[in-house]
Design a binder for this molecule. Structure first.
Ligand SMILES: Nc1ncnc2c1ncn2[C@@H]1O[C@H](COP(=O)(O)OP(=O)(O)OP(=O)(O)O)[C@@H](O)[C@H]1O
Ligand SMILES: [Mg+2]
Length: 384
């Protein structure tokens, strides 16, 4: 019985630096990928992240993921996933011929093809088949980076928790785009705009409500977590979320509607004035051990804060869904001292799910040698 997710097999074709890569894991618990800079380690984890709605975990357009100088410009990621007593064949492909110049919006329309057990599914269906969380080197500065990436991190956690959250977010962002298009057009259809704004408000308030609920649930788990990582408390910073905590939802809806209306007026004088809403929310974290916000802590400490959140989140998914998520950690030992690295490995070993990790040196992962582990050494995008 697997109350978590194990990738049994992963096959990449024309993905990034790989023309072909096949990994059979024999459901090992820890997959440790090592190799020099540029060997192709992150590319493997990134390919796995594509099996989640929030993937790829590095900012890239879909066409950039396809191998350059390739005679068949189609990349595929196929996997066999074991969860509970089921095996699912989950695959994704994208034809990137002549797509290098597509904008991100056009790529959304373009769509990747996703298949689960030979049936076509959508990106938001993915979390029914596998839930994936990750820690990447980028997150070492998660709390001092720009808002957008932090929001993406949080949204990924929430959409794996509430199945309809990701769908609502997509709908919300499409509505915002439609609204901007109408406002930029010469003839504005006011009725149509009213309907869209009504919808934006409805979706926005439900997104904010889910974020608040999530914040409370995660903070409860964080509070009770007993490990060597910092005690963290997250806080969602957003105008709509703040109001929803103290006002009735009908009043928040009125406020939201009014700010959209005011913004319509501003459109007459300015090109694309920023519009308030849940798409601009952010989150911050308090390091309770030091009593300072996480953005004021060191690079290593920010990574430790992210680890605290990810460990709490894994426990939260188990508590509510009886399932731990698959975990990806790119450059696992980076920025961590010897003690913290060992603590991280011990905590990961306690979670009965598959963990894929990368690092430069195999010797940094000695801890896993006598455990259920598969060590893969990569050189020039080939398994050594
Ligand atoms: N679309 C692409 N086609 C071909 N090669 C690509 C493509 N995108 C990236 N690469 C190459 O993939 C190689 C491996 O990248 P990757 O990020 O996986 O390295 P890494 O092993 O994680 O290195 P590091 O230790 O520095 O993080 C890079 O040399 C990069 O140039
Ligand atoms: Mg890398």
């Amino acid at each position: 019985m697997f109350n978590s997710y194990f990738i049994k097999r992963l096959v990449l074709t024309n993905y990034r630096s790989y023309e072909k890569l096949r990994i059979d894991t024999s459901v090992a618990k820890n997959i440790i990928i090592t190799g020099d800079n540029g060997a192709g380690k992150t590319n493997i984890l990134e390919a796995i992240s594509m099996l989640s709605q929030a993937g790829p975990f590095r900012k890239a357009k879909l066409a950039q993921l396809g191998k350059t100088e390739c005679s068949t410009p189609v990349f595929t990621i196929s996997s066999q996933i074991q969860s509970d007593d089921e095996t699912v064949n989950l695959g994704l492909s994208y034809n990137y011929a002549d797509k290098q110049n597509l904008s991100e919006d056009d790529e959304v329309i373009e769509k990747r093809q996703i298949v689960a057990n030979e049936e076509n599914i959508t990106v938001s269906d993915l979390q029914n088949y596998i839930k994936i969380i990750w820690i990447t080197p980028f997150m070492d500065r998660l709390f001092s980076e720009a808002t957008g990436e932090r929001r993406k991190f949080l949204d990924n956690l929430i959409s794996n928790f509430y199945p309809f959250y990701g769908v609502a977010l997509n709908q919300y962002s499409n509505l915002l785009k439609q609204r901007a298009k109408i406002l930029k057009s010469k003839k504005i259809d006011e009725k149509w705009l009213d309907a869209i704004e009504e919808n934006i408000v409805e979706k926005g308030v439900s997104i904010a409500a889910l974020r608040i609920e999530f914040e409370e649930k995660l903070n409860n788990i964080l509070k009770n977590l007993d490990n060597a990582f910092p005690k963290i408390q997250i806080h969602i910073d957003g105008v709509i979320e703040e109001k929803l905590k103290i006002m009735k939802s009908v009043d928040v809806e009125d406020f939201y509607k009014k700010s959209l209306l005011d913004n319509r007026e501003m459109f007459k004088f300015t090109f694309s004035p920023p519009v308030e809403g849940v798409h601009r929310s952010d989150f911050s974290a308090m390091n309770l051990d030091k009593n300072i916000t996480a953005d004021q802590t060191s690079t290593g400490e920010q990574k430790l804060a992210v680890i605290s959140i990810i460990l709490a989140y894994a426990n939260m998914l188990y508590l509510y869904f009886n399932k731990y998520p698959l975990v990806l950690i790119d450059e696992a030992p980076a920025h961590l001292d010897e003690f913290k690295t060992k603590e991280l490995f011990e905590e990961l070993e306690k979670i009965p799910t598959q963990v894929w990790m990368t690092g430069i040196l195999k010797s940094d992962f000695k801890f896993f040698e006598d455990k259920s582990s598969l060590f893969i050494e990569i050189e020039n995008s080939q398994i050594k």
